[in-house]
Design a binder for this molecule. Structure first.
Ligand SMILES: Nc1nc2c(c(=O)[nH]1)N[C@H]1C(S)=C(S)[C@@H](COP(=O)(O)OP(=O)(O)OC[C@H]3O[C@@H](n4cnc5c(=O)[nH]c(N)nc54)[C@H](O)[C@@H]3O)O[C@H]1N2
Ligand SMILES: Nc1nc2c(c(=O)[nH]1)N[C@H]1C(S)=C(S)[C@@H](COP(=O)(O)OP(=O)(O)OC[C@H]3O[C@@H](n4cnc5c(=O)[nH]c(N)nc54)[C@H](O)[C@@H]3O)O[C@H]1N2
Ligand code: SF4
Ligand SMILES: [Mo]
Length: 721
C-alpha cells in the first residue's frame, strides 16, 4: 500500500510542493503536487531523484569515528557528541575560542528554519568569530555593494508586473535562483504583457534563449557593459529625475565615471554589438516598471562588488523601486519583515572594521568571514590559528576554491567533524562523521524563501505562499541519525553553553533564550524562529498543501517625516574601481593561458553530485567548448583534455556546445574527488576548485578569488582523440 503525503522539496530554495509516496515507512517516489497555481505541479530531476537517498545502501546511517590507523568504526551518535565536546573543550581551553571554526553550506538553510539560528547561536556562545559560510564564495558582492549604495527600504519591482527584467550572470531557468514557483511562469507572463527579458552572459543559456536581447559578453566585462548602459540612460534622458532628486546622491560623480564607456568603447572591449547595448539600455530605461537581477557569474569574474553596485545604480537612476501606497504582491508569510517604507537607508560601509584575519589583510565584511582565507587560517601558525573545525551541510574539500591547499589544511587539523549523509570527500578526511537526517525525516517550513528574496533581487515567490511540513517518514530502522541543529544543541549542552536565538532574518538581537534542558524540541524552536511572523506558524500549519496568505495586505508606507537618508550612486571606492577598469586593457587573454573557464550549474545536480544520481546522465562534469575551439585544438567531443591554469592542471571530458562564446569553456564545480583519488575522470568528474588560487586574484572586500573567467590553456590528452 502506497500512501501520498503532502510536503515540499528541500533540495533547493524553490521549495516545490510535492506528494511523497510512502510504502512500508519508506520514501518510494516524489511527484509534484497538483492543484497549486504557483508551482503547477513542477518538480525537477534533482528533487525527484532525492527519493533515492533515504534508503540508499551507501547512506551513512550511523556516526563514525576515525581510528589512528585511518579506518572508520561506527560509534553511537550521542557518544560521538560526548567525545567531540571533550576534544573541542580542550582545544578552546588551550588555545582560545578563535581556534575553533565552523563552516556551513547549502544544506543548512533549506532543510528546516532552525538550523541557521542554531549554528549562529552555537558559535556565538563559544565566543569564536570564525563562522564561515558559502556566501563569500557565492555572491558576496551583493551585501557589500548594498552597504556602499544604501538600501531602498521597500522591495524592487521584480514582482507586480515588471515590463523588463535584466539578468546578469545568472541562469534562473536552471538554477531556480530567480522567480520561484513554476520556472517559466514569470518570463511567460512578461512576454504576454509585451515586456522584455535582457540577459548578459557569455553563454547562450536556457534563460538567454528566451531573451529579447542577449548580450553574449566576453567574461569579466560586466562593469564596462553596465557602465555603458548607465551612460546611455543618462545621455538619452531615460532617468527618473524626480526619484533621483528626492532620494539619490552622487549622480554627477557617476555621470563622470561612466563617461569613457561609450557604446563603441564597450562594444570593443566586451565583444558585443554597440547597437544591442544601446537597445538593451533603452528597454531598461523606458520600461514603466522593471528590475535587474544578478547571479554567480556576475560575482565570480573578478569585479563582484562593482558589478553588483552598478546593477543597483541602474535600478536606482531608473527609479525601479516600489513606491509609497503600492500593495506588495508577495509580502512575507513566515517572517516579521519590517513595514516597507518608500525611503532610503543611507550607505553603511564598514570596510576594514570587521574581525581581522591573519592573512592577506582581509577582514570580515557585510558578506561574513572570507571563506577563501579559511585554509590559510588553518595552515598559518601563531596565535589564533584554527585547530578544530566543524563542517555541516557542506563539502569544503570540494567547494572551497584552491582545493589542493584546502585539503592540506583539512588534513592538518587537530579535530575535524563532518555532519553529512554520505562519506563525502570531506567526511573521509574527518575525525568524526555525524550521521545526519534527511529533510523528509523532519518538520520544516518554506520561510527561508523570504530571506532569499531579501538577499537577491528577483528571487522569491511572486505571491505570498506559505507551507509547513511534518516529518513524512521515520529514519530507516536501525539507524542512528540526527538533525543538524540537534547536533549543535546537544554539543552546547555538554559544553555547558547557554544559547539564544535570532529570528529567521537575523537582526543580531539574539533575544530569545533557548531551553537547554532535555533532548531539544523542534516545534518549540520553530516557534521562536517564526515568532511575530505576519502569518502565525499555527495558521500556516492548518494547510498541509500550503496556501496563499494575501491578507492582511501590506502597503508600502510613505517616507517618515524628517527622514534624510539618501542612496549613493557615486561611492568613491566604487568610482575608483570603475576608473581602474576603464584604464585597464580589455582582457584578451595571454598566449600562455588563452582561454577562459566559466562557472555554471547543471540541471541534474545540486553542487557536489548526490549519492543517488539520475539515470541516463553523465556522472562527470563535461568541459563545454565552442565547436570551433575544439576543432582548433584537434580534439573530438567525448575525448579527454588537460586543462591547465597558473595554479594546477586537471583532466576533463570535452564536450562540443555551440552555445558557448568562442574562447570560453564552461564547467560545473564541486565534481572530482580528493587529489590523487579521482583519476577515473568519467566516473568522478573534474575538480574546478583545484585550478583556482585563493591568494592571487581576489576581491579585497570578501576575499572571493577568481572563480569564473579563469585563465586556462587546454591540450588533448594522449595526443588527441
Ligand atoms: N569552482 C567553483 N567553486 C564553487 C562554486 C562555483 O561556481 N565554482 N560555487 C560555490 C557556491 S555558490 C556554493 S553555494 C558552494 C556549495 O558548496 P556546499 O554547500 O559545500 O555544497 P555541496 O557541494 O553540495 O555539499 C553539500 C554537502 O552536504 C551533504 N548533504 C546533502 N544532503 C544533506 C542533508 O540533508 N543533510 C546534511 N547534513 N548534509 C547533506 C552532501 O553529502 C555534501 O557533502 O560551492 C561553491 N564553490
Ligand atoms: N540545478 C542546479 N541549481 C542550482 C545549483 C546547482 O548546482 N544546480 N546551485 C545553487 C546555488 S548554490 C547557487 S549559488 C545558485 C546560482 O545560481 P546562478 O547565479 O543563476 O548560477 P548559474 O546557473 O551558474 O548561472 C551563472 C551564469 O553566469 C555566467 N557567467 C560566467 N561568467 C560570467 C561573466 O563574467 N559575466 C556574466 N555576465 N556571466 C557570466 C555563466 O555562463 C552562467 O550562465 O544556483 C542554485 N541552484
Ligand atoms: S526545483 Fe527541484 S530541487 Fe528545487 S525544490 Fe523543486 S524539485 Fe526540489
Ligand atoms: Mo551557492
Amino acid at each position: 500500500m502506497t500512501e501520498l503525503t503532502p510536503s515540499f522539496c528541500r533540495v533547493c530554495q524553490n521549495f516545490c510542493p510535492v506528494d511523497v509516496h510512502v510504502s512500508e515507512g519508506a520514501v518510494q517516489r516524489i511527484t509534484g503536487a497538483t492543484g497549486n497555481d504557483i508551482y503547477r505541479g513542477y518538480t525537477c530531476i534533482k528533487g525527484r531523484t532525492h527519493a533515492g537517498l533515504y534508503n540508499h545502501p551507501e547512506r551513512v546511517l550511523r556516526s563514525r569515528k576515525k581510528l589512528p590507523d585511518g579506518r572508520f568504526v561506527d560509534i553511537p551518535t550521542l557518544d560521538a557528541v560526548d567525545e567531540i565536546a571533550a576534544k573541542l573543550g580542550e582545544v578552546v581551553d588551550r588555545l582560545g575560542p578563535r581556534a575553533f571554526a565552523l563552516f556551513m553550506g547549502t544544506y543548512v538553510p533549506f532543510e528546516n528554519p532552525i538550523n541557521l539560528s542554531m549554528v549562529a547561536a552555537f558559535i556565538r556562545a563559544v565566543g569564536s568569530p570564525m563562522l564561515f559560510t558559502t556566501s563569500t564564495i557565492d555572491q558576496p558582492g551583493k551585501p557589500i555593494a548594498k552597504s556602499f549604495h544604501g538600501a531602498w527600504m521597500a522591495p524592487s519591482q521584480a514582482f507586480g508586473e515588471p515590463d523588463v527584467a535584466l539578468v546578469v550572470g545568472s541562469n534562473p531557468l536552471v538554477s531556480l535562483v530567480g522567480p520561484a514557483g513554476f520556472p517559466m511562469s514569470t518570463y511567460r507572463k512578461l512576454e504576454e504583457r509585451g515586456g522584455h527579458l535582457v540577459v548578459i552572459d557569455p553563454r547562450r543559456t536556457e534563460t538567454a534563449r528566451r531573451a529579447s536581447i542577449h548580450l553574449q559578453v566576453r567574461p569579466g566585462e560586466d562593469p564596462a557593459v553596465l557602465a555603458g548602459m548607465i551612460r546611455v540612460l543618462m545621455e538619452e534622458d531615460l532617468v527618473d529625475h524626480e526619484f533621483v532628486a528626492e532620494n539619490v546622491d552622487g549622480y554627477e560623480r557617476l555621470r563622470q565615471a561612466v563617461a569613457p564607456f561609450t557604446p563603441e568603447h564597450v562594444a570593443g572591449r566586451a565583444g558585443i554589438d554597440a547597437g544591442d547595448l544601446v537597445a538593451a539600455a533603452r528597454l531598461f530605461g523606458r520600461a514603466r516598471r522593471g528590475y535587474a537581477a544578478s547571479g554567480t557569474g556576475a560575482n565570480m569574474s573578478g569585479h563582484g562588488p562593482l558589478v553588483e553596485y552598478l546593477v543597483l545604480c541602474l535600478t536606482t537612476i531608473s527609479g525601479h523601486w516600489t513606491r509609497a501606497g503600492e500593495r506588495l504582491p508577495s509580502p512575507s508569510v513566515l517572517t516579521n519583515a519590517a513595514v516597507p517604507r518608500a525611503q532610503a537607508r543611507p550607505p553603511y560601509p564598514d570596510i576594514g572594521d570587521g574581525e581581522k584575519l591573519r592573512v592577506r589583510g582581509l577582514t570580515a565584511s557585510r558578506a561574513g568571514m572570507p571563506t577563501s582565507a579559511l585554509a590559510d587560517e588553518i595552515l598559518t601558525p601563531g596565535e589564533g590559528q584554527v585547530r578544530a573545525l566543524i563542517s555541516t551541510g557542506a563539502n569544503p574539500a570540494k567547494c572551497i576554491p584552491d582545493q589542493l591547499k584546502v585539503v592540506d589544511a583539512l588534513r592538518s587539523l587537530d579535530l575535524l567533524v563532518q555532519v553529512d549523509i554520505q562519506m563525502s570527500a570531506t567526511a573521509r578526511l574527518a575525525d568524526y562523521v555525524i550521521a545526519a537526517q534527511l529533510p523528509y525525516e523532519m518538520p520544516g517550513t518554506n520561510g527561508f524563501m523570504q530571506r532569499m528574496a531579501e538577499y537577491t533581487v528577483g528571487a522569491g515567490l511572486p505571491e505570498p505562499f506559505g507551507q509547513y511540513t511534518d516529518a513524512v517518514v521515520e529514519p530507516p530502522p536501525g539507524s542512528d541519525v540526527i538533525e543538524q541543529w540537534r547536533f549543535f544543541y546537544l554539543l552546547a549542552q555538554r559544553l555547558g553553553l547557554e544559547l539564544s536565538f535570532d529570528g529567521l532574518v537575523p537582526d543580531g538581537s539574539a533575544a530569545t533564550p533557548v531551553d537547554m534542558e532535555g533532548p531539544g524540541d523542534a516545534h518549540a524552536l520553530m516557534e521562536i524562529v517564526h515568532a511575530g511572523s505576519r502569518i502565525p506558524l499555527e495558521e500556516v500549519r492548518k494547510h498541509p498543501q500550503g496556501a496563499l496568505f494575501p491578507e492582511p495586505a501590506v502597503h508600502v508606507a510613505p517616507k517618515e517625516p524628517g527622514w534624510t537618508g539618501r542612496l549613493d550612486v557615486g561611492n568613491e571606492t566604487m568610482m575608483a574601481d570603475l576608473a581602474a577598469t576603464s584604464a585597464s586593457a580589455p582582457d584578451d587573454g595571454d598566449s600562455a593561458f588563452p582561454l577562459r573557464l566559466l562557472a555554471r550549474r547543471m540541471a541534474h545536480v545540486m553542487n557536489s553530485p548526490a549519492l543517488a544520481a539520475p539515470p541516463n546522465k553523465p556522472t562527470y562534469n563535461p568541459a563545454s567548448f565552442h565547436p570551433d575551439d575544439l576543432a582548433a585544438l584537434g580534439v573530438e567531443a567525448g575525448s579527454l583534455v588537460e586543462i591547465r591554469s597558473p595554479r594546477a592542471a586537471v583532466v576533463a571530458v570535452a564536450d562540443a556546445d555551440p552555445t558557448m562564446r568562442p574562447g570560453t569553456v564552461s564547467m560545473t564545480h564541486s565534481f572530482g574527488d580528493l587529489p590523487g583519488q579521482d583519476d577515473d575522470v568519467r566516473r568522478h568528474g573534474t575538480s574546478v576548485g583545484r585550478l583556482i588560487a585563493d591568494d592571487v586574484a581576489f576581491d579585497p572586500y570578501s576575499g572571493q578569488p577568481l572563480m569564473s573567467n579563469i585563465p586556462i590553456r587546454v591540450a588533448a590528452v594522449g595526443g588527441g582523440a
